[in-house]
Ligand binder design. Structure first.
Ligand code: AMP
Length: 553
């Protein structure tokens, strides 16, 4: 690869594990193992004095130093009130996540001998504005140029679409990870990958299956020792049980039963956990994924998709054999287990590669046609001849085949997993959230709605921007969360009922911008959304400084 062409890495920043991949000189996506020679790194951070330790060692240390180790940080991304305190300092979720990104990138740099500058990071499809922004910030704090945040199921579909199929197919991606469940219907065509609908639950994942085992082990301990002691209140025992629960769960994916020993307060108890028992105590969790899948399919029907051709399983938790069995029973199709641990990182890497090839094409077309690169970025359509000539040149210079360069022009279209609206008063003078953009609308999208001022001589309009998981045009405020506010100042002397047009634009990454125009004078406010949920300003600068001076082990 020439210096001109930037290598863009794909990072799957998972709740439980993180991995990094790139596209090699043969156009193949490969995962880069970490310094411990593992292809995935536990997303666990250990604050060890002045050092930050990430991965296996951190995970093991959680037993001994439960208060210094942070796990499942992804579940706190975008949460305004989350702060982890250590040694007199407070850390936001995005800063802690940045250490995980640094670890996988640092190890990959060591192994490949080159610096990583540009990345594509994945997030669950139903991450809202704040969680997505927090993911981007994690990348920026780690010192990367974050080229794009893409949805995990979209990344999996890109990996799948590139390696597995060449004709048109509607594919359902069932992604059960460590902490999240995503269910997505995707239309894959040779020249376009389009997400139709998405749903899921960001608090449902392998961890919940682990927790059920933990609860079962506590019961067994209590019954075998004839005590009712709450042994989970002991942090050491709690960590210990959680680690053995996850290990046993993995064993049960291979075997019918597994022995587990529980040690607490000098007593040792042995338990034999059968796969059938494990399935019984977790069956409601699996049923919840089936229920959410049906909900998503109902939404897809409204868009004219009444059936699908294939089901692919991604995410480590789909290794539990009951998942495939249950899905086959429900939908009458044998699901394909597709590279469950690596598909997302590889898909992100392929997406990054496409971006990089696309940059190369745009640069060449700009040079040939005497136009500015900046003018050609975005959604300009090129003529077939322009593309052909530039693609051939790029293929020759970079040593790629012409079809692989052309494949970079495959369009990837996503949908918004949330609806966005504002708080208004209805005719009964009750507050409601009026959705300007409904969930599962294709992105990018721009939508406008006319509202009216409430009183004569109103000085300002406070625009409360709300996010919800609904397909309804209007909902009570308690079903939505406020993601930010914007204030519009009005000219004086306006009567009540003056129209105000509010436009929401959601870009393809799920970043929201709003514009409000008071139509009598055409006065406009471009409202930057104010939010406390994501690190910014001085706090962001301080986090970046801290990160630069830091070695992550
Ligand atoms: P992911 O977020 O996709 O990396 O998925 C991680 C989750 O998959 C964790 O909850 C793991 O415990 C779980 N997992 C990984 N391997 C297995 C396995 N062989 N059997 C069951 N669960 C697994």
């Amino acid at each position: 690869m020439s210096d001109q062409m930037k290598r863009i890495f794909g990072i799957d920043l998972g709740t439980t594990y993180t991995s990094i991949a790139y596209v090699d000189e043969f156009g193949k996506a490969v995962v880069v193992p970490n310094a411990e020679n593992q292809r995935v790194t536990p997303s666990v951070v250990f604050f060890d004095g002045g050092n930050i330790v990430v991965g296996d060692v951190a995970k093991e240390s959680s037993k001994i130093y439960p208060n210094e180790v942070v796990s499942f940080i992804k579940r706190s991304m975008g949460e305004p009130d989350f702060l982890f305190s250590y040694d007199g300092k407070s850390y936001r979720a995005e800063e802690i996540s940045s250490y995980i990104l640094r670890k996988v990138a640092q190890d990959a740099e060591q192994s490949l001998g080159s610096k990583i500058t540009d990345v594509v990071i994945t997030c669950p499809a139903y991450f809202g504005i704040n969680e997505r922004e927090a993911t981007r910030m994690a990348g920026e704090i780690a010192g990367f140029n974050v080229r794009q945040i893409i949805n995990e199921p979209t990344a999996a579909a890109i990996a799948y679409g590139t390696v597995a199929i060449s004709d048109k197919r509607v594919v359902m991606v069932y992604d059960l990870g460590g902490g999240t469940f995503d269910i997505t219907l995707i239309d894959i065509q040779p020249d376009a990958i389009q997400v139709i609908c998405t749903g899921g639950d960001h608090n449902l994942g392998g961890k919940d299956w682990d927790d059920r085992i933990v609860a079962h082990l506590v019961q067994e301990f209590q019954s075998q020792t004839s005590s009712d002691e709450e042994i989970l209140e002991d942090p050491d025992t709690c960590q210990d049980l959680q680690l053995s629960a996850e290990k046993s769960k993995k064993v049960l994916s291979q075997r019918e039963k597994t022995p587990i020993s529980i040690t607490h307060g000098g007593e040792r108890v042995k338990v034999e956990l059968l796969r059938s028992k494990f399935e019984e105590i977790t069956s409601d969790l699996l049923e919840r994924t089936i229920h959410l899948t049906h909900e998503m399919l109902e939404e897809a029907k409204k868009k004219g998709y009444n059936s699908f051709d294939e089901i692919i399983l991604v995410g480590g938790s789909t290794r539990m054999p009951q998942v495939a069995t249950r899905i086959q029973k429900e939908f009458g199709k044998e699901p394909k287990i597709f590279d469950p641990d690596e598909a997302v990182a590889k898909g992100a890497a392929i997406f990054g590669w496409k971006l990089s090839l696309n940059d190369g094409l745009v640069r060449r077309i700009a040079a040939k046609t005497n136009r500015n690169v900046e003018d050609l970025q975005g959604d300009v359509e090129f003529s077939a001849q322009e593309v052909e000539a530039a693609a051939q040149e790029l293929a020759d210079e970079e040593g790629y085949t012409l079809p692989s360069v052309k494949s970079s022009l495959v369009k990837v279209k996503d949908v918004s997993s949330k609806s966005f609206g504002i708080v208004v008063n209805n005719s009964q003078n009750e507050e409601i959230v009026y959705s300007v953009i409904l969930r599962n609308t294709g992105v990018p999208v721009e939508a406008a709605k006319r509202f009216f001022t409430a009183v004569d001589d109103q000085e300002t309009v406070l625009i409360r921007i709300m996010e919800a998981e609904t397909s309804e045009k209007s909902i009570p405020p308690e079903y939505a969360i406020e993601i930010g506010t914007a204030v519009m100042r009005l000219p004086s002397g306006l009567p009540s009922d003056t129209p105000v047009d509010i436009t929401f634009s959601l870009n393809k990454e799920g970043r929201l911008k709003i514009k409000a125009v008071e139509s009598t004078e055409g006065r406009q406010v471009d409202a930057a959304i104010e939010t406390a949920a994501v690190i910014q300003g001085e706090e962001l600068a301080a986090a970046k400084m801290r990160s630069q001076g830091l070695v992550v082990y």
